[in-house]
Design a protein around this ligand. Structure first.
Ligand SMILES: Cc1cc2nc3c(=O)[nH]c(=O)nc-3n(C[C@H](O)[C@H](O)[C@H](O)COP(=O)(O)OP(=O)(O)OC[C@H]3O[C@@H](n4cnc5c(N)ncnc54)[C@H](O)[C@@H]3O)c2cc1C
Length: 464
């Protein structure tokens, strides 16, 4: 009997476990798909999925897997974009969604404790009954779980005001690869050595399974204002939003991007739109909104129609619904290669990166469909595509080379290759440049100290 079979046999005695092929199909992929140039080169013959009800069951699964040296992959909503939740070898998938209880809410402590499998949307609904909310609003809020968001160090629309999820997490409960349980303290400030809580944020399930999180929560705002401004070119609006930050006028949400009617030439300049939101106490919001208005108009911005602004806000999660509803269908983006990159770099280098990245895209005959700033001037994103032509191999090779060059350009400018979706499989090969040799070695040593048998989500985050 193989070690996989032995582990599955031992687990099936007292835990809900599936190994039916049809059911398992959905666990073979997350949101890293073929249209992004991804080619599956690994062979996964056997998968089993477990649905733990509580942390004790997670401990049992992990201890059993460790005993038989069978890899485990924790998964939440499977919306991760980098292949972090994708099995790359025969393994046991730990689907955390049944662990979706809210354990404790305190208005005075401004915190919530919950299990890791609850979605952000559900958590926010439960908090609303207490007049509270999370500060996390990703496109995928209906599907993404608290554990998945923490494991990827995700970021949402309101990150301008509340930070990426790293800033919101106070304490964690984590089942380590050896089956021990680590519980960190639910406090924001602690001067007792490096933060063990932070170690697991962004670790993409490679260091342990997050079973519980305690997070900072915020009062539902008394007032929210949202305004839009159109600038005649990218640089003009960018300079306006830089002023927000140099005078410490921090919005609750900020999105700034070029307006494309169709896939467009990356080297041209386009009219650009800024959406800026303030929320909180009425008087404070009114003052900030007024200052922002003076600032934008003084920098050449023209007010965007209110209906367009509301449309942006109300439909901001639609792409995630479209994606989830259509991802299984073959027709989704079958005639193009389509990908995106979300980089972070010093604000003074953003315009340089925009220019350099446009040269890369142009060289490889790629068109830009989305380009701009999210949360703060340092975060720059590009979405681009290439029509598939008569030479699919050449198309694919140019498309993949462009991505590598976009990564190398931002690293060359001192920036980071990704600001909110993690590394997964897709970006792992760039990690030695990203962290430097010494940094990579630190990460490798942490991994092998915590996971001596390399059972916890192997093949992710670190280059193989
Ligand atoms: C259309 C679309 C839009 C998106 N928009 C955003 C956005 O606005 N902001 C954003 O940040 N991201 C966005 N994403 C990416 C994705 O939604 C996030 O990365 C999200 O945080 C993943 O959560 P999940 O529950 O789906 O995790 P999964 O995809 O299931 O897993 C992601 C990673 O976390 C690990 N993991 C999952 N649960 C646990 C756990 N309990 N313990 C330890 N590790 C765990 C997995 O092993 C994997 O490495 C988008 C994705 C799509 C498809």
């Amino acid at each position: 009997m193989s070690s996989f079979d032995k582990a599955v046999k031992e687990l099936s005695a007292n835990i809900r476990l599936l190994s039916d092929d049809d059911v398992l199909r959905k666990y073979r992929s997350d949101a890293l798909r073929e249209f992004r140039g991804f080619r599956r080169t690994f062979n996964v013959a056997r998968l089993a999925v477990v649905f733990p009800k509580d942390a004790y069951e997670v401990v049992h699964v992990v201890k059993t897997a460790n005993k038989f040296r069978v890899p485990v992959v924790p998964v939440g909503g499977l919306t991760g974009l980098m292949g972090g939740a994708m099995p790359v070898t025969d393994c046991i998938i730990v689907d955390m969604k049944p662990m979706n209880r809210v354990l404790h809410v305190s208005e005075e402590d401004r915190l919530v404790s919950c299990e890791a499998g609850i979605t952000i949307d559900e958590l926010d609904k439960r908090l609303a009954a207490h007049g509270l909310m999370t500060g996390h609003d990703p496109w995928t809020r209906k599907y993404a779980t608290v554990g998945g968001c923490i494991a990827a160090n995700g970021m949402g629309y309101t990150a301008a005001g509340y930070g990426s999820i790293r800033r919101q997490v106070l304490g964690l409960e984590v089942v380590l690869p050896t089956g021990e349980v680590l519980r960190t303290r639910d406090v924001e400030d602690s001067s007792t050595g490096p933060s063990l809580t932070q170690l697991f944020i962004g670790s993409e399930g490679t260091l342990g399974i997050i079973t519980k999180a305690t997070m900072r929560v915020y009062p539902l705002p008394e007032k929210r204002t949202l305004a839009g401004y159109r600038f005649e070119g990218f640089e003009k609006g960018f300079r306006a939003l830089l002023k927000f930050y140099t005078m410490n006028l921090i919005p609750s949400a900020l999105e700034y991007g070029e307006v494309f009617d169709a896939p467009s030439d990356p080297e041209q300049d386009y009219e650009s739109e800024l959406f800026v939101m303030f929320e909180g106490m009425e008087e404070v919001v009114d003052v900030k909104t007024k200052i922002a208005d003076v600032l934008c108009r003084g920098s050449g911005g023209e007010r965007v129609d209110e209906s367009r602004v509301m449309d942006f806000w109300q439909h901001r999660h639609d792409i995630a619904d479209f994606y989830v509803e259509n991802v299984g269908r073959n027709g989704l983006w079958h005639d193009v290669f389509f990908d995106f990159i979300h980089v972070s770099l010093p604000a003074t280098k953003v315009l340089d990166y925009r220019r350099l990245s446009a040269q890369v895209l142009k060289k490889h005959q790629l068109l830009v469909v989305d380009r701009g700033i999210w949360k703060q001037p340092e975060n720059f994103s590009i979405a681009y595509l290439r029509q598939k032509g008569l030479q699919p191999r050449k198309d694919l090779s140019e498309f993949l080379t462009a991505f590598d060059e976009l990564v190398e350009s931002v690293q060359g400018l001192g920036g980071s290759m990704e600001y909110c979706h993690g590394v997964g499989i897709k970006m792992a090969k760039h990690m030695s440049k990203e962290l430097g040799q010494a940094g990579l070695e630190v990460l490798r040593r942490i991994k092998s100290a915590l996971d001596p048998n390399n059972i916890m989500n192997p093949g992710k985050l670190l280059p193989v």
